[in-house]
Ligand binder design. Structure first.
Ligand SMILES: [Zn+2]
Length: 416
């Protein structure tokens, strides 16, 4: 681990103090991205029309792979469905992963036809993350065309499992198995605008179920009721106090249970989400919510006296839906500084933000990772009404990504 940390530090020092990369190579790449902006937008549109529900990214992944191969890259699909294609470099530099996520939040059967409305493309997923996938393709294409010499290994990725149910499984797999110990810099392009996610919001998500024998609402009256227990639990959660700094949030987002109005239900379930960019604070709210869950169970069981109730006591099961780790990367981290400096050289100043993205994985491991926006403007992410507008300078997104990669790669002269 120490050797690895030293390697990263060394590479970071080289990157930070490297002379500006050769203008000729970078200029060709930047000019190509601007000139071929229509190609990028066309990629975004056509990728978006291939459905990619959670855990069903394979069709979109196969097409993404085909498009990378069409650029002259050798591409492969790993064991969980991530698509990887590599520009090898000389092998003397760092390994840079540039990723967009294949999955959407939309279930099978969602109409993903892209509709044009007043200069906007409208479709579920058009920004999140068809924009990111298109930007990865555009940057890969610009590098393939300009074909600069570089030491770095640049791996273009379309990863699975970024959205809620996927629980970051694609990026987790890259770090734990596929590219274990090899990734020096991780850049995810996710969504639109021109800002940086440099800090990781961690989350804990649970499905909580109260269970009992259930029975007739009149005939079996007097036994504990799972929905009543759930109600007590939600009331308890609703009273949990959290600090404003660091920001900590909690939410009961889904409830389920019961079969009919005249039945004591045999089960009641809820899904709870809590988040913070501070791991300790997240642990504290997690503990408070567990206390509220148990108190509700005990209160409902204690509510009903007698032998019949005693033999119908409720139980509680907590299933983990997802744990997204957080970490302590600060905005002074070199990868964040490279992103800020390259943005300024293109004429804009990004905000740095905290969010829950694929970069949570490296950040939680103490490794350099950021998620950046892909340019343009979108509204309505995760909704059926999502739209994207490329505007007068949508190409700035791909240019920014290409420049960050160039800086991290210590880009050299183009081949003759
Ligand atoms: Zn996304």
């Amino acid at each position: 681990m120490l050797a690895r940390v030293l390697k990263v530090v060394l590479i970071v020092l080289i990157v930070i103090h490297a002379p500006p990369a050769t203008a000729q190579g970078i200029d060709a790449i930047l000019a190509g991205l601007k000139a071929d902006n229509a190609w990028t937008v066309a990629q975004q549109r056509s990728i978006c029309e291939i459905p990619a529900p959670p855990f069903k990214e394979a069709v979109r992944g196969a097409e993404f792979k085909r498009r990378l191969e069409a650029l002259g890259l050798r591409a492969r699909v790993d064991a969980v469905g991530n698509v990887l294609a590599e520009r090898a470099g000389t092998g003397k530099g760092p390994t840079i992963v540039l990723a967009g996520h294949l999955d959407t939040v939309f279930p099978e059967g969602t109409d993903v036809t892209v509709r044009d409305e007043g200069g906007r493309m409208k479709a579920p997923g058009i920004g999140d993350d068809c924009r990111g996938l298109a930007v990865v393709l555009a940057v890969a294409r610009a590098y393939q065309r300009a074909n600069p010499v570089h030491d770095a290994r640049i791996i273009f990725v379309g990863n699975v499992g970024e959205e809620g149910p996927g629980n970051l499984r694609g990026t987790r797999h890259l770090y734990e198995t596929e590219l274990k110990g090899k990734i020096d810099f991780f850049i995810s392009v996710d969504g639109t605008g021109l800002n940086i996610t440099s800090r990781a919001v961690g989350s804990h998500r649970y499905r909580v179920t109260y269970k009992g024998p259930g029975g007739h609402s009149y005939g079996a009256f007097g036994i504990p009721n799972p929905i009543h227990a759930l109600g007590r639990a939600i009331a308890g959660i609703a009273e949990v106090q959290v600090p404003t700094t660091p920001k900590v949030t909690f939410n009961v987002g889904v409830i389920n249970g019961g079969t009919s109005v005249n039945s004591i239900p045999f089960a009641a379930t809820m899904e709870v989400d809590m988040r913070s960019e501070n791991a300790d604070a997240l642990g504290v709210v997690d503990q408070k919510i567990r206390v509220a869950l148990l108190a509700a169970l005990d209160a409902e069981n204690a509510r009903w006296p007698g032998e019949r109730a005693a033999s119908a006591k409720l139980s509680m099961v907590i299933d983990t839906m997802g744990i997204r780790p957080t970490g302590g990367q600060s905005d002074t981290a070199p990868i964040v500084q490279v992103a800020l400096q390259t943005a300024r050289s293109l004429g804009f100043t990004p905000n740095t933000e905290a969010s829950s993205t694929d970069a949570n994985i490296p950040i939680a491991l103490g490794l350099p990772g950021i998620t950046i926006d892909g340019g343009g403007v979108a509204v309505g992410s995760h909704s059926l009404n999502e739209w994207y507008e490329d505007g007068p300078n949508g190409w700035l997104g791909p240019q920014w990504v290409a420049l960050i990669v160039a800086r991290l790669a210590g880009l050299d002269l183009p081949r003759p």
